[in-house]
Design a protein around this ligand. Sequence first.
Ligand SMILES: [Fe+2]
Length: 300
Amino acid sequence: MAEPVRILQLSDTHFLVEGESPQGGAAYNTAEAFDAVFEHAASGPAVDLVVVTGDVADHGRQDQYQVAADALGRFPWPVNVCPGNHDQDAPFSSGIGRPGVSTSRVVEIGSWCFVFADSNAGVMVADDDGRYVDPDDVDDRLHRNGTLGPREAAWIVDVCGATPADHVFVWVHHPPSVPIPMAYDAAYSAEWEEILAEVANIRGFGAGHTHIPHHYEWHGRDVYVGPALKNNFDRDAKTWLPPGYRSYTFNPDGTFSSDLHLIDDERWPRNSFGRALTALFDGEITHDQLNEIVARRAQG
Ligand SMILES: [Fe+2]
């Protein structure tokens, strides 16, 4: 009888070169958070694959991908990575790969096909040679809540149609139709709706981006959002959360389950957060406006 496929998911690792400041507001030391997550995950049961669903490097620079690859290469299992909105395409593609750490777009194990979608592909533009590259303005990529674009959407449909595997699971940075106003994009959800209307074998999604680990159902599919290493929140309890990861078991019959693992430690207390972060998550203020509020408070 076929064995279940076991996978660990890390997300939003936001690696920095030692001593650098993170982008945006308050953040954990992601090297320290990675060490804690790694120790917990690597001492658990063996898995078939470790997945990282984007925002691998905080500023999307090549030297940060070398730090990331050094860290991820410590896993005794293969690691496969897809990009997020913080990941700049050229340094990501050239910087992350090394033995044991890959950027494959499709991984087939047993009766499962794991598709690694690029939910930033819609911002890319053709250069003079016709190769699709990131736009000149990095903010075009950084400030999006997901856009596949027609080429990536067509590729996903093709892969789902061509795979000999019975079941498809999509790993992608931006969760489709996420029920959090801060991170929701109607056009991106519509792209996935069109794909689901064309292919029947997608069983679910594993994503990141929100830094709010959770689970919801959409069009009969389970969508799991993994915790971040940079900072992490419980929107219902209105508290910060420690860093962590998810484990998954994919069964040969197409069912699967996921468990959330958060590494509680005095370095990452579950402190309450106030109205400003609630307003950010509810889409009432932007990240820039939040940063202005934080700066004003710091001035007293
Ligand atoms: Fe992130």
